[in-house]
Structures are given as structure tokens and as C-alpha cells.
Write a protein that binds this ligand. Structure first.
Ligand SMILES: [Zn+2]
Length: 308
């Protein structure tokens, strides 16, 4: 069999030159596209993709992998969490994008049309951002290929697997995985790591997840069994926002099971003398992410809770 080759590429996306690695195996197989750095400070996912893609070059591979370790270059360079600094828009709310929009919308459009479309599967790697603690999980969207997407999410091996449906209950719209699902590409968002750190365990979880995806797609042999937790399937993803600005203090943490009505945090005045708001769990569930910074704006995101 021909050896696997690795080619460094520079993708022209919305006027940015985005570094990518194009890894082609010695036999035919699917095209797997892997993105990281859609959010600029989610370092564990970026670090994992950088390591994994380079290692792939020395392995037997069927098909092709296109790996983009840092898509949102301006956010990465400026250390800007959540958004593209040029326009303040969240890139993962802009898919499938707009060719004549702002930078985030054009970057989404070019990524979707030039990189995602034509792929046989999409993995979009994330973590908690600069001020977010996170329990590892994978998310997929309802759609024609959702069984395959669910298989990818389960294979990634992060434990919690959340399904999202279009409609008013969906916590987030405009994601890469939702846009891919709409054109029939099985896609997942894989989350591990957080708080602006390169965490060894999270990097390893991502690397192993990508290896399991390769095996599921028949692109490489399965590795040795590891200690990945079995999937727990959840169908509701509830994001809680504060009312007032102030000092956010969670009293429950990521990975914790909470009961409906349980107090899970407060927003108090900066001087500590007034309780502006007591936050209670809206349902029984598990905390998937918690804003780790005490500084919250009026209407700011506090946490995400997944429920059955
Ligand atoms: Zn993210």
C-alpha cells in the first residue's frame, strides 16, 4: 500500500490564510474534515488536533483527513473568547454563513462551502472558552443522517452525548454541525477542556476520540480498548443567562447532577452586599459548562445544563 502523505496547505477563507494539514492515505476511503479553533481560546482541542494530525502521517490510513487546527485566526491571535474580534459575532452561530456579510459570516460561508461541503463527516472540536469550565460532551443535530452523527458522537467517547433539534428549544443555532446536518453530512461538536488551559487529560480525550472516529469510518484500525466512559444520551440542553450584571458565584460545578429547583448560584453586587439574583436549576440534569469568571454582564451566560 502507498504510504500516507501529509501536505501543509493554506486555505483562503474570507481573506484569511488559514493553515491546514491535508493527510492522504494509501488506499481509498472517506474524506473526514476536522476543525478546531472556531472559538479562539479553546486550546485543548486545538492542541489535540495539531498532535493527532501530525501523527497520522506515520500511520496506515484509508481516505483523507483535512485538519484545520485554528480556524478563527483573529480571535486566536487577540486571545478573544467566544467571538471574532473584528465584528463581535460568534462564528459558531453564523453557519452556513453569508458571502457578503461581516468577517465572521464570510468566514463561516467560505468554511462551509470550501471545506465542509463535500466531506463525508465533520468533527468540530471545541472546549470551554477562556472563562468557561466544562464537562466533556459531544453534541449532534437532528437530520437525515443523525443516526450516523450519533454513532460519531458516541464513538468519540466523552461520555455525555446531547441531541439538538431545530426549533425554539434549541440552545444554539447556526452551528457548524447543524448546518452540516442540513446538507446531509454527519457532524458532531466535541467538547473537552476549558478555562484557557491546555489540559493534558482533555487533549488525550480529544486525540483518542479522533482515533475512534477513524476506526468507526473504516479509515484506520481500532486502537486498544481504553477507559472511555460509556455514552449517556441527553436530549435537552438548557442555557441559563443572568438578569443583572454583577459578581457570579456558582454553587454547583461541571459534571454535578442537580435537581429541579436546587440553587446553583447567585449574582451579587460588586461590593458583595446585595443579592441580585438566585439561580435555580430549571430541571433535573447535569451541568455541562459553567462560566468560571465572576464578572458577568446583564443578560450574560452563566451555565449550560443537560437534561433527559
Ligand atoms: Zn467553542
Amino acid at each position: 500500500m502507498a504510504p500516507t502523505t501529509l501536505t501543509r496547505r493554506s486555505l483562503q477563507l474570507a481573506g484569511l490564510e488559514v493553515p491546514a494539514l491535508d493527510i492522504t492515505g494509501g488506499r481509498a476511503g472517506p474524506l473526514l474534515t476536522v476543525l478546531a479553533g472556531v472559538h479562539g481560546c479553546e486550546y485543548s482541542s486545538m492542541a489535540a488536533l495539531r498532535i493527532w494530525a501530525r501523527r497520522l502521517a506515520g500511520r496506515e490510513l484509508g481516505g483523507r483527513v483535512l485538519a484545520v487546527p485554528v480556524l478563527n485566526l483573529h480571535a486566536f491571535r487577540a486571545r478573544t473568547p467566544f467571538v471574532v474580534p473584528d465584528d463581535g459575532k460568534n462564528l459558531n452561530r453564523c453557519f452556513p454563513g453569508n458571502a457578503s456579510g461581516t468577517l465572521a459570516e464570510r468566514l463561516a460561508y467560505d468554511t462551509f462551502t470550501k471545506v465542509v461541503a463535500g466531506s463525508d463527516a465533520l468533527i468540530d472540536m471545541h472546549a470551554g472558552d477562556l472563562v468557561e469550565a466544562l464537562q466533556p460532551f459531544a453534541l449532534y443535530d437532528a437530520g437525515a443522517r443523525e443516526d450516523r452523527a450519533r454513532d460519531l458522537a458516541s464513538a468519540y467517547g466523552l461520555g455525555y452525548v446531547i441531541r439538538q433539534e431545530p426549533g425554539p428549544d434549541r440552545a444554539v443555532a447556526g452551528t457548524s454541525s447543524a448546518a452540516a446536518a442540513e446538507i446531509g453530512i454527519p457532524a458532531i461538536i466535541a467538547e473537552a477542556g476549558g478555562c484557557g488551559l491546555v489540559e493534558r487529560a482533555a487533549v488525550q480525550a480529544h486525540v483518542r476520540g479522533l482515533d475512534r472516529v477513524l476506526a468507526l469510518l473504516g479509515m484506520a484500525p481500532a486502537g486498544l480498548p481504553d477507559d472511555a466512559p460509556p455514552p449517556t444520551y441527553l436530549r435537552r440542553f438548557l442555557w441559563l443567562y443572568g438578569r443583572d450584571e454583577g459578581w457570579w458565584e456558582p454553587s454547583a460545578w461541571v459534571g454535578e447532577a442537580v435537581a429541579e429547583g436546587q440553587v446553583i448560584g447567585t449574582v451579587t453586587s460588586i461590593d458583595g452586599t446585595q443579592v441580585h439574583q438566585t439561580i435555580a436549576a430549571p430541571a433535573d440534569g447535569v451541568l455541562m459548562f459553567v462560566t468560571s469568571s465572576p464578572a458577568v454582564a446583564a443578560g450574560g451566560l452563566l451555565l449550560g445544563l443537560a437534561a433527559r
